[in-house]
Write a protein that binds this ligand. Structure first.
Ligand code: GDP
Length: 444
């Protein structure tokens, strides 16, 4: 996950400050020095850091922090406000036309995740905003870009308009507009070509497409992993095309955070979406204040709650929770629980969103935890419904069959059953206490 070391250093700087009973000008300066260093090490643009520190200092002194009741916390609040400011303060949404077709032009260098982002955004618009999007394959340069978009389109049930690689991108765009009008689409996303580097030919092609479709939004995808380079790329695109929004991709990767913290304040182009993984749902609308929470290690409960509401099947989960409390927890319920956890995404990723758990999350071996869970799920799926309801019937021959069916061993089946028994005992205990649903993740 992005900016791990930045978060750690920032938390450390604050800890030193808030741990001291009284705040002196000296320890505040020490803290600011530490914050400055951590930002520079995270590859944030030098001028951005300089201005940032100056603003924090000015505010901290202006608000008479030193004599306040809880000065350390006040400084943390100021840093939080200023980080939010760097990220853009306000959320910026796609501007939809009141009537007629809204057009979005996706631009970016090759490999930054433009094609993936086009499909992710179309999916979000369709699922969450009730739009009828059409994807248009105007990237006729990168081999296989069209097929990639078609595969993605199929997976989200969004039509992809293409005239193949033989037709010029401009002509495809022209005919796509007509097609969208004739077929009642209200939003059209154009996936345009990228290059490895910015060149005149690319910009000329993009300018022509822009002139033709007159897009409502021009979204530039930038790869968070490229650090400060993002700023130069974004500025060049912006100078030539007047970009209206940024899509920051691969924030799940090991980026230091410099790009995300510099790009907005230098280019003044707002970040609208962030890409958090390769899967189609791994895209978030960008919330500056929540991102500041994450950077400062304060967790992001709002996002976690939203994810839970969106992804979990609350009814199924509640039903199995009720059975648990009554002590009638079966293997079917266990299967439901595994499937719910899987829908929520990686365990480490989830824990990062909980305040104070950031560090622990980085120690979780996601791949191992997921592997164990997948194995257990395969075993459960190889059982019949009767067997899952009546685990006591599982004798040696049945276990053999299940192990074969799930590609595991009898020892794996026994391990899963032992885990089930452990869970059942806990459920009984908790049911007796009138407690809450236990956290299965903690029982691995
Ligand atoms: P394009 O050349 O700009 O169209 O790039 P693609 O959409 O083909 O993406 C390039 C690679 O980056 C693909 O392997 C994508 O799966 C991957 N990718 C795109 N967005 C993300 C993201 O947010 N996180 C991660 N980890 N990978 C991504």
């Amino acid at each position: 996950m992005a900016f791990e070391s930045l978060t750690e250093r920032m938390s450390q700087a604050f800890k030193n400050l808030t741990g001291q009973g009284k705040l002196t000008e000296k320890n505040m300066n020490d803290m600011l020095k530490e914050v400055r260093m951590s930002l520079l090490e995270a590859d944030v643009n030098y001028t951005v850091v300089k201005d940032f520190i100056a603003r924090v200092k000015e505010k901290a002194l202006g608000e008479e922090v030193l004599s306040a009741l809880n000065p350390g916390q006040m400084v943390v609040k100021i840093v939080h406000e200023e980080i939010t400011e760097l990220l853009g303060s306000e959320e910026v949404e796609v501007h939809y036309k009141k009537s007629g077709i809204t057009t979005l032009m996706m631009v970016g260098l090759q490999g930054t995740g433009k094609t993936t982002a086009s499909a992710k955004i179309a999916n979000l618009m369709k699922k969450k905003q009730g739009r009828r999007p059409l994807l248009v394959a105007c990237d006729v340069v990168r081999p296989a870009a069209i097929e990639q978009l078609q595969t993605l389109g199929e997976s989200i049930d969004v039509e992809v308009f293409t005239l193949g690689v033989e037709t010029k991108a401009l002509e495809t765009a022209r005919q796509a507009m007509r097609y969208a009008q004739e077929n009642g689409y209200d939003t059209v996303l154009f996936d345009t070509a990228g290059r490895l580097h910015i060149d005149e030919e690319l910009m000329a092609e993009l300018s022509d497409i822009k002139a033709l479709i007159q897009p409502d939004e021009i979204l530039l995808t930038v790869d968070a992993m490229t650090g400060q380079d993002i700023v130069n790329v974004a500025q060049s695109f912006h100078d030539q095309l007047s970009v209206t929004g940024l899509v920051l991709t691969k924030l799940d990767g090991d980026s230091r955070g410099g790009g995300i913290l510099s790009v907005r304040s230098i280019t003044h182009v707002p970040v609208m979406f962030v890409g958090l993984g390769e899967k189609i749902d791994d895209l978030d609308v960008f919330h500056p204040s929540r991102m500041a929470d994450r950077i400062l290690g304060m967790g992001d409960m709002l996002t976690l709650i939203e994810q839970a509401q969106e992804k979990m099947d609350m009814e199924a989960s509640q039903k199995s929770a009720q059975r648990m409390m009554k002590g009638s927890f079966t293997l079917n319920d266990m299967l439901v629980q595994f499937q719910q956890i899987k829908k929520m995404g990686s365990l480490g990723g989830m824990m990062k969103l909980i305040p104070g758990f950031g560090k622990m999350a980085s120690q979780i071996d996601d791949a191992r935890a997921e592997g164990t869970m997948k194995k257990s799920e395969a075993i459960l799926l190889s059982m019949t419904d009767y067997e899952r309801e009546n685990p006591a019937c599982l004798k040696a021959s049945r276990k053999n069959r299940i192990a074969k069916g799930s590609g595991t061993s009898v020892a794996d089946v026994n391990r899963m059953l032992a885990q089930y028994e452990k869970m059942q005992q806990m459920m009984k205990m908790m049911g007796g206490m009138g407690g809450k649903m236990p956290n299965m993740a903690a029982m691995k």
